[in-house]
Design a protein. Structure first.
Length: 118
């Protein structure tokens, strides 16, 4: 069964960058399932709902929330079974727990904390 493992969160100052990674884990078929899946990043700040940040389809088409357009870039490496979220020009309002999601099967990772100080 496909499992998702996130990494790359941390504490940074406003204007700095972070790179989050979501990697496939699990059975031998997990990587194939990962690559044919749309993978999305969501985030949830304390007391708020979980919102979509960016998504990438199996064909590489991307979608971004308006609040991160021009600052965040989502990409995938089919050989390494990973999806990366490059976050530049971070703002305090980007502070949240970031979750990786595989659309088919609605599979979630454990989340990684991103904190941006002003």
């Amino acid at each position: 069964q496909l499992q998702l493992v996130e990494s790359g969160g941390g504490l940074v100052q406003a204007g700095e960058s972070l790179r989050l990674s979501c990697a496939a884990s699990g059975s031998a078929a997990s990587g194939i399932i990962f690559n044919i899946n749309t993978i999305a990043w969501y985030r949830q700040a304390p007391g708020k709902q979980r919102d979509l940040v960016a998504a990438i389809t199996s064909g590489g088409s991307t979608t971004y929330a308006d609040s991160v357009k021009g600052r965040f870039t989502i990409s995938r490496d089919y050989a390494k079974y990973t999806v990366t979220l490059q976050m530049n020009s971070l703002k305090p309002e980007d502070t949240a727990v970031y979750y990786c999601n595989a659309r088919v099967g609605n599979i979630w990772g454990q989340g990684t904390q991103v904190t941006v100080s002003s």
